[in-house]
Design a protein. Structure first.
Length: 330
C-alpha cells in the first residue's frame, strides 16, 4: 500500500522523540518532517541521541504553511500549545491530527475551527477512532488508571469511591528541568504531588460517567514520583460484591479482543511493560474490595505508542503495526 506521510510538530521533547523512534521503523510510514522551533537545522540525533545511526533527519523550523503535505500530523507540544497552534495555523481538513496534549480530551472543549477530536483510548473507543479525523490522545496516568477500571465501568459496577495510588517515572514530567526532576532529587527518593488534584482525574471521571452518568462517588488519587525513568505502576481498589473468578471473567471478556491490554493471573511488575505499548492488569479480591494492579510505559502506551496505535486504526492498518516491541525485562 502507499505509505502514510507523517509530520511531527514539537519533535524535541520526550513524546516527539518516542514518536520518531516508532515512525522511522514503521513499515507503512514515511516521516516527512520533524518540526521544532528551538532546533531548526539541527540533527535529530543531536537531541535524541538514541536515534544516532538510525536517521540523518534534521529538525525544521519552517513556517507550517511551507512544510510538506502530510496525511497525519502528530502534535507533540505542551499542554495549551496545541490549541494555540491550531488557532494560529490552517491545517487542511483532510490532514488527520493526533494531539498528545490535554487540550481536547475533556468535553465540551473537544473541537476547534471545524476539527472535532475523538478521545483516543482504543480499548473504549476503537470503532469511533477508526472513523475519526482527529484524535485527543489520553494522558499517561489517565491511560493506566482507565484501563484498570474500564471493564468494571462498562458493567456499571463502580458504585462507591475509587482509591488509587500510582507511581510514575521521571519522564512523565517532561524534558524541561524542574527542582523535582533533577537526578539529585529523584535518586533514592519518593515523593507525592498533586494529591487528590491531578489533572488526569478529569479523564478518569469522564470515562466512568460515560457508562454511569449519575455516578456520585469520589475518585481519590495519590500520585508518586518514582526513582526510575519510565513506566507507571498503579494500585486501584473499589467496592466489589463478586468473587475473584467473576472479576477475572469480566476483565477477560472485556479485553479478549484488545491488542495490547492483557489480564495476568500472576502478579505483575513494571519491567514487563517498559519499552512496549502493553498494559498488564492483575486482579485480587479482599473482603468486598477489588484491587486492580495496572502497569504501562508512560511514554509508549501512555503517549507516543498509543498515538501510533490510534494512527493505525484511523488509517485501516492492524493496530499492532510497528508496535511489536520487547519489554526491557532485565
Amino acid at each position: 500500500m502507499e505509505k502514510i506521510r507523517v509530520g511531527i510538530i514539537g519533535g524535541a521533547g520526550y513524546t516527539g522523540g518516542e514518536a520518531m523512534r516508532l515512525l522511522i521503523n514503521h513499515p507503512n510510514v514515511e516521516l516527512a518532517y520533524v518540526h521544532s522551533n528551538s532546533n531548526g537545522g539541527n540533527l535529530v540525533s543531536d537531541v535524541h541521541a538514541d536515534l544516532f545511526g538510525d536517521t540523518e533527519m534534521r529538525f525544521t523550523d519552517a513556517p507550517v504553511g511551507e512544510l510538506p503535505k502530510v496525511d497525519v500530523m502528530f502534535l507533540c507540544v505542551g499542554h495549551g500549545d496545541a490549541r494555540k497552534f491550531l488557532e494560529a495555523n490552517h491545517i487542511p481538513a483532510d490532514v488527520r491530527i493526533i494531539d498528545l496534549s490535554q487540550d481536547f480530551r475533556i468535553a465540551p472543549e473537544t473541537s476547534i475551527d471545524g476539527h472535532e477530536f475523538v478521545y483516543g483510548l482504543p480499548e473504549q473507543n476503537r470503532a469511533l477512532i477508526r472513523e475519526a479525523k482527529n484524535i485527543a490522545n489520553p494522558g499517561c496516568f489517565a491511560t493506566c488508571l482507565q484501563l484498570a477500571l474500564l471493564p468494571l465501568a462498562a458493567e456499571r459496577l463502580i458504585k462507591g469511591d475509587v482509591h488509587i495510588s500510582a507511581t510514575t517515572g521521571s519522564t512523565g514530567a517532561g524534558q524541561k528541568l524542574a527542582a523535582t526532576s533533577h537526578f539529585s532529587w529523584r535518586a533514592n527518593n519518593l515523593s507525592t504531588y498533586k494529591v487528590f488534584e491531578h489533572q488526569h482525574l478529569r479523564e478518569v471521571g469522564q470515562m466512568i460517567r460515560s457508562f454511569e452518568p449519575n455516578y456520585g462517588g469520589a475518585v481519590n488519587f495519590i500520585p508518586y514520583r518514582g526513582d526510575f525513568t519510565r513506566g507507571i505502576i498503579a494500585s486501584v481498589y473499589t467496592d466489589f460484591a463478586g468473587t475473584l473468578d467473576e472479576a477475572r471473567r469480566i476483565y477477560g471478556d472485556y479485553y479478549a479482543s484488545a491488542a495490547f491490554t492483557h489480564v495476568s493471573d500472576r502478579p505483575i511488575a513494571l519491567k514487563q511493560v517498559v519499552n512496549t505499548n502493553k498494559c498488564l492488569v492483575h486482579l485480587t479480591v479482599h473482603e468486598g474490595k477489588l484491587l486492580v494492579m495496572s502497569v504501562i510505559d508512560n511514554l509508549l502506551k501512555g503517549a507516543s505508542g498509543q498515538a501510533v496505535q490510534n494512527m493505525n486504526l484511523m488509517c485501516g492498518l492492524p493496530e499492532t503495526t510497528g508496535l511489536r516491541l520487547k519489554p526491557l525485562a532485565f
